[in-house]
Design a protein around this ligand. Structure first.
Ligand code: AMP
Length: 172
């Protein structure tokens, strides 16, 4: 988990390679298969409808998986987090831990500016920051209270340094 530009996908992919896990990003999946109206919402930086996102993740997880999965960008709202915890309680999934990559808006703004994805406009970035603060950040407390191991990672460092922090937790 982390604000836009914190390094979720870069680090998620690196960790997947190190552990030989699969990597699944809801954003990436949506970019490849969302319809035009969803793509428009994404371009505005809005979080998409919970039912649709949960459905997407549910379908993905229901497939045969030989390897564990690094989930990137999910959950991002209370409804999504509640669904995850419910699945955990049912025993359909297990979660090793949550990497919470922390970085300030100032730091990530520069990164997003140099990345240049279509939803990296000033307006969309500000919307994603607001969504993060109002909707995503509050669920960390809920996840912690639900006994998930949430690890805070300093994301304001080099890729290698952030990777080392994450590896020290997840690579045994
Ligand atoms: P990302 O690639 O993680 O930056 O996500 C890009 C965009 O996809 C977000 O700004 C949202 O519009 C949408 N999105 C990705 N994951 C979620 C999610 N878990 N819940 C709602 N919207 C999402």
């Amino acid at each position: 988990m982390g604000i836009a530009g914190a390094g979720k996908s870069v680090q998620g992919k690196l960790l997947a390679k190190t552990l030989d896990y699969d990597w699944m990003s809801t954003g990436e999946l949506l970019r490849s298969q969302a319809n035009e109206s969803l793509k428009k919402e994404m371009l505005l930086g809005k979080l998409l409808d919970d039912d649709q996102i949960i459905n997407l993740v549910e379908k993905y997880l229901a497939k045969e998986h030989e390897r564990p999965i690094i989930l990137d960008g999910f959950p991002r709202s209370l409804a999504q987090a509640e669904w995850l915890i419910k699945e955990l309680e049912k025993g359909t999934i297990q979660v090793e831990g949550v990497a919470n990559i922390i970085a300030s808006e100032e730091v990530v703004k520069d990164r997003l500016a140099s990345r240049g994805r279509p939803d990296d406009t000033n307006k969309a970035i500000n919307c994603r920051f607001e969504e993060y603060k109002n909707t995503t950040l509050p669920i960390l407390e809920y996840l912690r209270n639900s006994h998930l191991k949430v690890y805070d990672i300093n994301g304001e460092q080099t890729v290698e340094n952030v990777q080392a922090q994450i590896n020290s937790i997840f690579v045994k």
